[in-house]
Write a protein that binds this ligand. Structure first.
Ligand SMILES: *Cc1c(COP(=O)(O)O)cnc(C)c1O
Length: 378
């Protein structure tokens, strides 16, 4: 039986042409011309002045936190429901992540629970537009202003998403994107930092590249790493970027088809699109109602038996066991929404190459699974 994969990338632009140009010209490392071009074009697409391309979304977050020059013990507010990269970036700089629960409908950080977590040590808020749905930025910006906090915006799942007609990634003091293979546009592996501030731009370039000195190249000015993006990756990125609106439309169309079908199935919570939002539906997540009798894990097993690959939702960061085992200081937190969606949430095949027939097949199987099992809706 062939599986419907959870992700299938789509290459319908000049990816091959640009890769060939790299090979023909010999520009395969980070010194090539596509890197700067990609930085400029992507920054322009999002509406920011500066871009610094890096090796992954995770390294983008790390560089972003590095730009803030936090001191040991400083606190950064982050959602509990997100990828580990967010917390790692904070703890790797000796700062303390302070976890906040999610909104039940968008699964984004609950803006109404942020203020209660702010202390004298809080320096920044890291927000994440989960699965392509924008956070409620006005409220977040207001809190940041009131308490003089920096905002790191993780838009790794939200290329092209909009909050009140403004693109995600254009709100934070620093914003980060990933171009991993399953993201809306990809460079294979890759990421970028965007900012409007010259000092962050300069610092990010230094942190990406060993902190080389400006006057004396080998007199290093930062404890930096090698997070460079190659010209090969940037070439693929440029080709993908040319097509980004088309790719977003595919995501939105597929989500619309899923929702049209699944909204009639009892016991499922589907992705939303708030009035203020343009959701790009990076991944089409569903949360099962307890009354269905399925956890996400059990449901995923059943779907896999029928040839449908899925992925579970994130495991809440405040419950990660590594904090204790590695003696890393984090603030304990209560995040019941995050814990519930982690247990009952999963995402369906959402790749750009997903076919209409596959969506219909997935719907049929979900409907059958939920109606055949004896549940409280009977
Ligand atoms: C994918 C992702 C990242 C990490 O990106 P990589 O390129 O895989 O390192 C960071 N944040 C979020 C929200 C992501 O979805």
């Amino acid at each position: 039986m062939s599986m419907i994969p959870v992700n299938k990338p789509l290459f319908i632009s000049d990816e091959k042409k640009y890769l060939n140009e790299c090979i023909d010209s010999g520009w395969i490392s980070s010194e090539g011309p596509f890197v700067v071009q990609f930085e400029k074009d992507f920054a322009k697409y999002v509406g920011r002045k500066y871009g610094v391309a890096v090796s992954s979304g995770t390294s983008a977050l790390e560089v972003a936190v590095g730009c803030l020059e936090l001191k040991k013990g400083d606190e950064v507010i982050i959602p509990s429901f997100t990828i580990m990269s967010c917390a790692l970036a904070v703890v790797n700089y000796g700062a303390i992540p302070v976890f906040v629960d999610s909104e039940p409908d968008t699964w984004n950080i609950d803006v109404n629970k942020i203020e209660a977590k702010i202390t004298k040590k809080t320096k920044a808020i890291m927000i994440v537009h989960i699965y392509g749905h924008p956070c409620d930025m006005d409220k977040i910006l207001k809190i940041a202003k009131k308490y003089n906090l920096k905002i790191i915006e993780d838009a790794a799942e939200a290329h092209g998403a909009e909050y009140k007609s403004k693109k995600c990634g254009s709100f934070g003091d620093i914003s980060c994107f990933s171009f991993y293979a399953n993201k809306i546009i990809s460079t294979g592996e890759g990421g970028i930092i965007l900012t409007n501030k010259k000092n962050y731009f300069e610092k990010a370039k230094s942190l990406r590249n060993l902190g080389f000195g400006k006057k004396q190249r080998f007199l290093h000015q930062d404890l930096a790493r090698n997070y460079r993006m190659t010209n090969l990756q940037a070439g693929i990125g440029l080709a993908q970027l040319k097509n980004i609106d088309k790719l977003i439309k595919i995501k939105r169309d597929n989500a619309k088809k899923y929702t049209e079908l699944l909204k009639n199935v009892k016991g499922l919570q589907l992705p939303v699109e708030k009035n203020y939002a343009k959701n790009v539906y990076w991944m089409y997540g569903i949360v099962l109602d307890k009354l269905t009798g399925f956890t996400a894990e059990k449901f995923a097993e059943k779907l896999a038996e029928k040839g449908i690959q899925t992925r579970p939702f994130f495991y809440s960061l405040h419950l990660q066991t590594i904090w204790k085992s590695k003696r890393i200081k984090v603030k304990s937190a209560k995040c019941p929404i995050s814990e519930r969606i982690e247990k009952y949430g999963l995402y369906l095949p959402s790749g750009l190459g997903l076919l209409n027939d596959e969506i219909i097949k997935i719907y049929d199987i979900i409907k059958e699974l939920l109606s055949s099992k004896k549940n409280k809706y009977d």
